[in-house]
Each structure stands twice: as structure tokens, then as C-alpha cells.
Design a protein around this ligand. Structure first.
Ligand code: ADP
Ligand code: MG
Ligand code: MG
Ligand code: MG
Length: 399
């Protein structure tokens, strides 16, 4: 079937013909549940057996605030290949892919509707005690085993080729590493924080750090990144965590993924200004979020070091002192990228619901200022950082 976006009827027919998913007599019901900006997401369920699947189809354009620009369908291949590779490296932490249709840019995958999007859960004030362990393990395994530490260097170069993703990287390069630091027409911010935003545009110390982080994003093909690991790309329950939506996957610096997780925990931390009214309860939930930041780094780094000791393929990697310097570099990158990701969610094109859906513009401006201050401080800290505790201290200082 040549590419066109599927109608609901076509989606049902397509699903009915998938081998081994639904019984002969299935009574299939369909709903489109995506947000419709980049991709269609069909939820298809047999009302008789209860069996269900998700079919995600890439659209050939991106739609943002009424405008639309072309966007490669190849990202659907990248997403399905990344999911399958991640599952092989780290079973149970991503949706299983049943099939991929290159022509239609369509991935058929496990239905995770019994999970909720973590961003929504955190806004509701839920806690997820296993999250740090799960995401720490996910990042350690996927990053280690796709890097020159965990795989043969020639095989790695072949793998880099499969995940060259220039169009999606350009979105990151523009929206994260460029627009927020200048008076760009792509920017989008609360007029109440205009003064803070103008300070950002004049801050040359900050611009230098962002230029260096951007350089790292552009040139450091360390490992296969998820590339968009915010809390809206994480499906969660108290027992289970699944990373979805790796269409931005490419070979980049490891700290970019870890930084995304840290940034989104801290964006929720700032956003709690508008959610938990009682000061004592708010401070308790914020403590939980900071403990989670600490634990995410802790689980990631312990898992990564363990893999380094156990599965390193590289004689040179056993050079005394090298491992500790490597871990410090990942920590510093994590902190710098976390800062960039916080700033872009306040000043740049796409925001996060944790802060953006706070109804009172004054309260929202307060939350935005907290996030912006933490973000700027993390960016300025990054090359000097020695410990994740410095991140915790910065967050506590500005809230
Ligand atoms: P996009 O790349 O357009 O953001 P996502 O992969 O994040 O698409 O999916 C958008 C939404 O569709 C998710 O927030 C979730 O509600 C739903 N969804 C996506 N994948 C699944 C899945 N495997 N199971 C259940 N719902 C899903
Ligand atoms: Mg989306
Ligand atoms: Mg998404
Ligand atoms: Mg996506």
C-alpha cells in the first residue's frame, strides 16, 4: 500500500489482517488517540476477546501553532528500529513491536493503555517508587551497549549509519540550542516574564556554555540516544515503566537523555507552585522529586559502572583513571543538557503541561521563573560540577 494517512476504517482493516494478533471473528473498535501534531496513534481493540494493539503512523509534516513543515517519514523506521534494539538490550522497559510497515511509516506495537503518561501522574501528585531504578537501568543498558565501550567499534560505526536523523536533530538544534537565547520568532513565553527572558538574551556567559553543549550534541556520537526522553515519553504505573516515542533517536552524547529525565522532574518541581496549595505538602512532594533526581543518577551510574566492569569490550577502557573521568563527563553533560531543556520549555516553542496549564498567570510566571533560574544555574554549573548533590542544592535554592 503506498503512503497515505490511514482513515479509521482503513486502520481497522489493516489491523484485522495482521497475522496472529486478532481472532477470525474479532469485532474491532478503533480510536485515534494521538495529539495529531506529528503522528497518528490508533488504538484498536477487539470487543470480544479484549485483545488490543497500538498502530502509530508518522505524518509527512509537523503541525505547530497552525503552521506546518515537511518532516521525513524515515523517523518511523528509526523509532521502530530503536524500540526493537532497546527491547533487546533492556527487556520489559519499552513497548513490544509486533510489525513495522516501511511504506506506510507505521509501527504496530503493544498497547500500554493500562499505564499513564508520567507527566500527568506527577501533575496529579503521584509517586513512582520504582521509576528511578527502571529509567536508570534503561539508560545505562541502552547507552552502554550502543557505545564504543559495549560494542565493537566497527560494528558501532555501521549502527551509527542506521540512526542518522538530521531532520529531527534539526528540531532539537533550533528549539533547544538556539532560539531561546535570541529574540527568535519561534519563541513563546508568558509576557509576565519578559524581563527574565531579555536577561537570557544578554547573558554571554550562558551563551558560551550553550554553544559548547550544542557542539557536543552536534559532534559526540557516543551512544544511541532515545533523543526525547521527557516525562511525556514515559508510560508508568507504580510497578512498571515503559519508554515510548524514540523518533528522535540518534547517536549523541549520553548526558542528553539523562538530562532530559532530570529536567522534566525539575520542571514538575517548579510547576508544583500551581498544583499543591499547602506549603508543607508541596515541600514534601518536591523533596520526593529531588530524591528521584538523585536516585536516577545513582541508578544510572551504578548500573553503568557495573556494565563497564563486566562487559567492556575495550582494553584501553581499563586504563587507570579513565572510567572515573568518563563518569564525571557524563554527569557534567547531564547537568548542562538538563539546564538547556528547562530553559527551552519556558521560553521556546513547546512547553510542558506541568507549568503551562497553571491557570493563574501570576502563579504560572512564578513557576516559570523558578524553572528558568534552575535551568540557567545548571547550564552555568555544568563544566564545574562534581556531584549530583549540586543539582539538588540549586533546585532548593530557587524554589
Ligand atoms: P508523538 O510522537 O506524536 O508524541 P507518542 O508515541 O508520544 O506520539 O504517542 C502519543 C500518545 O499516544 C501517547 O501520549 C499515548 O497517549 C498514546 N500512545 C502511544 N503509544 C502507546 C502505546 N504503546 N500504548 C498506549 N497508548 C499509546
Ligand atoms: Mg506529541
Ligand atoms: Mg510523544
Ligand atoms: Mg514523538
Amino acid at each position: 500500500m503506498s503512503y497515505h494517512s490511514l482513515s479509521l476504517e482503513e486502520a481497522i482493516r489493516y489491523a484485522a489482517n495482521l497475522p496472529g494478533i486478532f481472532p477470525e471473528n474479532a469485532d474491532l473498535q478503533v480510536r485515534e488517540i494521538g495529539d495529531g501534531n506529528l503522528n497518528l496513534v490508533f488504538h484498536i481493540k477487539d470487543s470480544r476477546s479484549g485483545a488490543s494493539v497500538i498502530m502509530k503512523q508518522a505524518l509527512p509534516y509537523a503541525k505547530v501553532v497552525g503552521e506546518s513543515w515537511p518532516l521525513t517519514l524515515d523517523r518511523a523506521r528509526i523509532e521502530s528500529e530503536a524500540l526493537q534494539l532497546q527491547e533487546s538490550l533492556c527487556p520489559g522497559l519499552v513497548p513490544h513491536v509486533y510489525a513495522f510497515d516501511q511504506e506506510l511509516a507505521l509501527t504496530v506495537m503493544e498497547d500500554l493503555s493500562d499505564h499513564i503518561i508520567m507527566r500527568k501522574g506527577l501533575i496529579e501528585g503521584n509517586r513512582y517508587p520504582l521509576f528511578a531504578e527502571h529509567v536508570g537501568k534503561f539508560m545505562a543498558h541502552t547507552l552502554f551497549y550502543t557505545s564504543d565501550l559495549g560494542m565493537n567499534q566497527q560494528a558501532k560505526k555501521q549502527q551509527v549509519k542506521r540512526f542518522v536523523n538530521p531532520e529531527l536533530c534539526k528540531i532539537t538544534e533550533d528549539l533547544i540550542f538556539d532560539d531561546p537565547y535570541t529574540d527568535s520568532s519561534n519563541n513563546n513565553y508568558n509576557p509576565l516574564i519578559r524581563e527574565e527572558v531579555e536577561k537570557l538574551w544578554r547573558d554571554e556567559e550562558l551563551h558560551l556554555e550553550v554553544a559548547l553543549l550544542r557542539e557536543s550534541f552536534l559532534t559526540h556520537a557516543e551512544a544511541l540516544l532515545h533523543g526525547d526522553l521527557h516525562t511525556g515519553s514515559i508510560f508508568i504505573t507504580p510497578e512498571s515503566t515503559k519508554m515510548i516515542d524514540p523518533e528522535f533517536a540518534y547517536y549523541g552524547p549520553m548526558g542528553f537523555d539523562i538530562g532530559a529525565v532530570v529536567a522534566n522532574l525539575l520542571l514538575n518541581y517548579a510547576g508544583q507552585e500551581g498544583w499543591i496549595k499547602d506549603a508543607g505538602q508541596r515541600s514534601e512532594f518536591r523533596q520526593y522529586l529531588l530524591d528521584t533526581v538523585r536516585d536516577v543518577w545513582g541508578h544510572f551510574s551504578r548500573n553503568f559502572v557495573q556494565l563497564w566492569e563486566r562487559d567492556n569490550v575495550d582494553r584501553m577502557a581499563r586504563t587507570p583513571g579513565y572510567r572515573d573521568l568518563y563518569m564525571k563527563k557524563i554527569l557534567r553533560d547531564t547537568i548542562g543538557f538538563a539546564g538547556c531543556k528547562m530553559v527551552r520549555r519556558i521560553v521556546g516553542l513547546a512547553h510542558v503541561a506541568d507549568i503551562d496549564t497553571i491557570a493563574d498567570p501570576q502563579v504560572r510566571a512564578h513557576a516559570e521563573t523558578i524553572a528558568l533560574n534552575i535551568g540557567k544555574a545548571l547550564i552555568k554549573l555544568n563544566r564545574k560540577a562534581e556531584s549530583i548533590e549540586e543539582v539538588i542544592a540549586i533546585a532548593e535554592q530557587y524554589a
